[in-house]
Ligand binder design. Sequence first.
Ligand code: 13P
Length: 214
Amino acid sequence: MFILVNLKAYPCDPIDVATAARDVAEASGARIAVSPQAADIARVADTGVETWAQHVSPNAHGSHTGSTLAEAVGDNGAEGTLINHSEKRLKLADVDGSVRAAERADLETIVCANNPAQVGAAAALGPDAVAVEPPELIGGDVSVATADPGIVEDAVAAAEAVDPAVDVFCGAGVSTGEDVSTAGDLGAAGVLLASGVAKADDPEAVLEDLVSGI
Ligand SMILES: O=C(CO)COP(=O)(O)O
């Protein structure tokens, strides 16, 4: 199970979380990545933790003011990127363009989706993975795998029907090792989470609990 911690725009210290994630990953052998604000990618990557962008733009180099260029993200130490997060929705053509931009920059990709139908559409674009995150459960206290196990199972089936090579993640409300374990039992290859770590008083303790569920 891959654990990806999305820091969104939460007011946590990205270096504190990155250092904790690096240490827990090294001690446990678990794969843990941190996805900070684009402006923080280089210094988060410098801690040695696996670093992901929260978004890359569909455009290549050129006259695109305000874009998050995939090549720049990669040059600053990111190994992968989320695309089409629920809080950063893109048009279908731009999801495709962002996946292609990430591929050109050698970034691993996870395309997020609201539901199993969107998971199927996202899988057809050929990312490395897709993630199902019901928007109504994001930021809540109950894990998607507990609140709606069927949506995870249906997402796994939807991706499998389109492209068995595409892994399926789930996210929303994940905060404990038990949540990680339940997600794995439903067929997820990993989890995305944010508030459980970013808002924690002791992110390292939460991460240690999370990896206990792998
Ligand atoms: O959006 C998410 C991860 O990308 C999930 O957020 P929460 O873990 O806060 O529910």
